[in-house]
Structures are given as structure tokens and as C-alpha cells.
Design a protein around this ligand. Structure first.
Ligand SMILES: NC(=O)c1ccc(NCc2ccccc2)nc1
Length: 254
């Protein structure tokens, strides 16, 4: 999958290009992450990419000119990479508090794109005319404001990359598909067997895989019910999950 990020701080993206599962995906060429700096598309000596806002007010606004050239170049590079460069297959996505809130389900939907061009704003934002001309989708991490769109862009790329096929290896992706979507995760334990006087739940040491899976699912259900009643309300169990829920309800009645 192809990612182009348009940002005045390209060095920030070493965080996902050089570490962990995302770094491995880049090394194995399952993913390409290209950083494009709008400053490289300026024509003045000061390499200006921002200006004072029309109408006054604090701060600076990012100018449309350099960003439009950067986006045009990103589209060319996406095409060279093999992307079908249109809004259905390689959208221009603007990270902003005014966007649609990112969720695991929207992340999964994005794994079907050929690529994405991510626009990272700084200062007070970007000239509205650039946004209306080029942006296909605005995405927000949540209702808070950061100093720039780079961290949200990295969060988006990380969440999409980990859901691409054969990135996380079979076991992890299998577990991912069965029960995690829509429920909070279960607790996890590892060595040592005892820590601060606390042991590990016996069932996890039993080697009885069916019981372990049931226990984990029950933990996910109870955690979701207590910590995120909103998620529980929206949760629609699969046929298999409905059977397990029934079994849990029966067990609770005993
Ligand atoms: N909540 C988010 O996802 C988010 C995205 C970007 C951001 N800061 C950059 C920016 C500030 C103002 C206008 C447009 C972009 N802060 C938070």
C-alpha cells in the first residue's frame, strides 16, 4: 500500500518508518511511505508556506500554492507506484479536528485503498480553497487539538498498516477477526507466574484451549459492559458470538 504524507516536518515520520511492525512492513516493501515537504515547492528565498490570515486574527495559515504542487506531485508518485489515483482508490485525506472520527471499522475500510495522500496541517490550518479543491475526506482522532496533523497521520497509517493482510502474521490476525472487533480486549498475562503476590488466572495455565477462549471472551464482554456501555449497546454479535453469549448467560444463572 502506498502512503504519501505532505508535511513540513518529514523527519517526524521516522517513528513509523523505522520501528516495529510498521517499520518491518516498509522494509519488506509491503508498504511505501513517502514524505513530501511543501517547502520544496516554494519559489521565494524564504521558502514561505504560511502567511497571515485575511480578516486578521492570531497565528498563520498554510498557503494553497505550495500544498497544491505537493499534492499534484504526490499523485504522480502514487501513479508511478501503481495506484489508481482517484478519490475512490487513493484519496487525499486531511487530518483535522473538523473531520470524521477515526474508528476501527473506518480503518478496516481504508485497507482496501491502493494508497492515500495524507495532508498534515500546522498553525491555524490550511487555506480553505486548497481543501475544497483537493481534499476528499477529513479525518479526526477525536475532539482535541494538536499542534500539527503529523501525529494523527501516523496514528492513521499505523492503524491501517496493522490491518493489512499478512502484516501481523496468522495467529494475531486470526484472533483479530474472531472476537475483538466491537469488544474491548481481554486481560493479558505472562511470566513470571507470580507478581506482587498476584498469580495468573488458573484457566490460562490449564492448556484447555476451549475454556481459555471462553474465559477470554467472557472477560471481553464484562469489560465492555462495565467500561464502555456505549460500545456494548452498539455491539452486534456474530452467530458464533451469540451462542457464546447464551452459554455465558446460562452459566451466570447457575
Ligand atoms: N483531532 C485531530 O485529529 C487533530 C488533527 C489535527 C490537529 N492539528 C493540526 C490542525 C489544527 C487545526 C486545523 C487543522 C489541522 N489537531 C487535532
Amino acid at each position: 500500500m502506498y502512503f504519501a504524507v505532505i508535511s513540513i516536518f518529514p523527519e517526524m515520520f521516522a517513528t513509523i518508518r523505522e520501528f516495529g511492525i510498521t517499520g518491518r512492513a516498509v522494509t519488506q516493501e509491503q508498504v511505501t511511505i513517502e514524505c513530501i515537504n511543501p517547502r520544496d515547492y516554494t519559489t521565494d528565498n524564504y521558502r514561505r508556506i504560511d502567511e497571515r490570515p485575511y480578516g486578521g486574527g492570531p497565528g498563520m495559515v498554510m498557503m494553497a500554492g505550495p500544498l497544491s504542487k505537493a499534492i499534484e506531485d504526490a499523485r504522480l508518485r502514487a501513479k508511478e507506484y501503481g495506484c489508481r489515483v482517484d478519490s475512490e482508490h487513493c484519496p487525499v485525506i486531511y487530518m483535522s479536528p473538523q473531520g470524521q472520527t477515526l474508528s476501527e471499522s473506518s480503518v478496516v475500510g481504508m485497507t482496501y485503498y491502493d494508497g492515500m495522500i495524507l495532508l498534515c496541517g500546522r498553525y491555524e490550518g490550511i487555506d480553505e480553497r486548497l481543501l475544497s479543491q483537493y481534499v476528499d475526506m477529513e479525518v479526526s482522532l477525536g475532539d482535541y487539538v494538536l499542534t500539527g496533523g503529523e501525529l494523527p497521520a501516523m496514528v492513521l497509517m499505523d492503524s491501517v498498516i496493522r490491518r493489512l493482510p499478512d502484516i501481523m502474521g496468522d495467529d494475531k490476525s486470526a484472533e483479530q477477526d474472531s472476537f475483538v472487533d466491537g469488544l474491548l480486549d481481554c486481560p493479558h498475562y505472562t511470566k513470571p507466574h507470580e507478581f506482587a503476590g498476584m498469580a495468573v488466572p488458573e484457566v490460562l495455565l490449564s492448556g484447555h484451549h476451549a475454556n481459555i477462549a471462553k474465559w477470554r471472551f467472557a472477560q471481553q464482554v464484562s469489560r465492555t459492559q462495565t467500561r464502555r456501555p456505549d460500545l456494548w449497546q452498539a455491539f452486534t454479535p456474530t452467530v458464533e458470538q451469540a451462542k457464546w453469549l447464551e452459554a455465558l448467560a446460562k452459566a451466570d444463572k447457575k
